[in-house]
Design a protein around this ligand. Structure first.
Ligand SMILES: Nc1ncnc2c1ncn2[C@@H]1O[C@H](COP(=O)(O)OP(=O)(O)OP(=O)(O)O)[C@@H](O)[C@H]1O
Ligand SMILES: CC(=O)N[C@H]1[C@@H]2OC[C@@H](O2)[C@@H](O)[C@@H]1O[C@H](C)C(=O)O
Length: 366
């Protein structure tokens, strides 16, 4: 399958609320031809507070002043960053996830793509998750079809896993021997558990810092593995994928380390993230030779060592194979935007649990 290759811009504002990533991908939505320029715009403290204040909120009509303020933060930050790229005439816009409850109220990504299209004067593809949920899926993760294309771009011949360590962790098992991402057995993907979100919350509460830089605090502590083991015995971790999580799922684990020293608490939450991945790897149909790690957690050596110890395979940052771990999610939403434009599915049974491939996303012309 191949269509017209063109540059597409993709954007992502992730659950850790640090800022917006944007990246260009040259693609037809089936294959990657080239990776292009990328950029980042961090949220200011005030912007982050405005977003943090509405985490967990569902759509409101009309929007309350707090939600309207956060919405303006999302749109203006994206518009400012996206207007720095003059080439692609089409952009994928994920928006900011505020709440995710696939079996209940659905999923909420703040950001009106039609309004963004008007401000930018270019076509915006957005609202990637809701159709999947309408069709009975988890609505996440959506990056897996892009991971499949990455495995092909890398000419891999053996199964591989991609692990994104953002606020939440998500794992994609890819069998590159499959014809396409829609082929049975090509993909298995799911959220492994909380990753950096509980560590960031701990750092904010105890130290007034936004994250544990280089895992320095965790490295000084002793993890409480009994607690980690107890938490991993909960139903989520034995549930067969597909499955997905809200950012603040397992918030009680953050409270369970309240009596520990700062360093022990950081070590425990870091070990929890790594062990949850190791547990999740057990669902892969075959143990892959390599786990390729993307997202901010790959910069935390304590978390990487925890993965190495628990996963039974080589653990490498995606840079080891020539990919950019800071931009993979933005590139994924460029790829997904191209798939929407070319009428290709954005999720498949192995990624979100839908019974048939789903054609998600909405296209808004300027
Ligand atoms: N040098 C570092 N040392 C330790 N942790 C880091 C480092 N750099 C980033 N991180 C962690 O990674 C997080 C950001 O990761 P990333 O940008 O992948 O998340 P996100 O895209 O917001 O989340 P998600 O993928 O869940 O939507 C930071 O909040 C921090 O916890
Ligand atoms: C609902 C939502 O926004 N989920 C995000 C979040 O961040 C990581 C993990 O949880 C993953 O499920 C997803 O993002 C990635 C990009 C995805 O959909 O593949």
């Amino acid at each position: 399958m191949s269509g017209k290759m063109r540059p597409v811009l993709g954007t992502m504002s992730g659950t850790s609320l640090d800022g917006v990533d944007a990246a260009v991908l040259v693609t037809d939505g089936a294959r990657i031809e080239a990776f292009g320029a990328s950029g980042y715009r961090g949220y200011s403290e005030a912007e982050r507070r405005a977003l943090g204040a509405v985490l967990g909120r569902w759509p409101e009509r009309p929007m309350s002043p707090e939600l309207a303020r956060a919405h303006e933060v999302v749109l203006s930050a994206h518009a400012a960053l996206m207007s720095e790229f003059d080439e692609p005439s089409v952009a994928g816009f994920h928006g900011q996830t505020l709440a995710h409850d696939p079996q209940g109220r659905g999923t909420h990504q703040l950001g009106d793509g039609a309004e963004l299209a008007r401000r930018l004067g270019r076509t915006v593809v957005w609202d990637f998750r809701s159709e999947d949920i309408r069709k009975g899926g988890e609505g996440a993760p959506l990056a897996p079809v892009f991971h499949f294309a990455c495995a092909q771009w890398l000419s891999l011949r053996e199964p591989v896993c991609f692990l994104n360590l953002g606020g939440v962790g998500n794992l994609t098992y890819v069998d590159p021997r499959a014809e396409s991402p829609e082929a049975p057995g090509a993909l298995l993907a799911f959220d492994t558990g909380p990753a950096n979100a509980p560590i960031n919350d701990l750092m904010q509460r105890r130290r007034g810092e936004s994250f544990d830089d280089g895992g320095a605090l965790a490295a000084q502590g002793e993890a409480d593995f009994d607690l980690v083991k107890r938490v991993l015995s909960r139903r989520y971790f034995s549930k067969r994928p597909p499955k997905s999580l809200d950012r603040d799922a397992f918030g009680d684990v953050g409270r369970a380390v309240a009596q520990q020293s700062d360093a022990d608490a950081a070590a425990t939450l870091t070990a929890f993230a790594a062990r949850a991945v190791a547990r999740g790897m057990g669902f892969c149909p075959e143990r892959p030779a390599r786990l390729l790690v993307t997202g901010g957690g790959r910069k935390n050596p304590v978390m990487m060592a925890g993965l190495e110890a628990g996963c039974g395979c080589e653990v490498l940052p995606v840079e080891a194979v020539g990919l950019d771990g800071d931009m993979l999610e933005a590139q994924a939403f460029a790829f997904l935007a191209a798939r929407v434009l070319h009428g290709l599915p954005t999720s498949v049974p192995g990624t979100t649990g839908v019974s048939q491939p789903v054609f998600g996303g909405r296209i808004s012309a300027p």
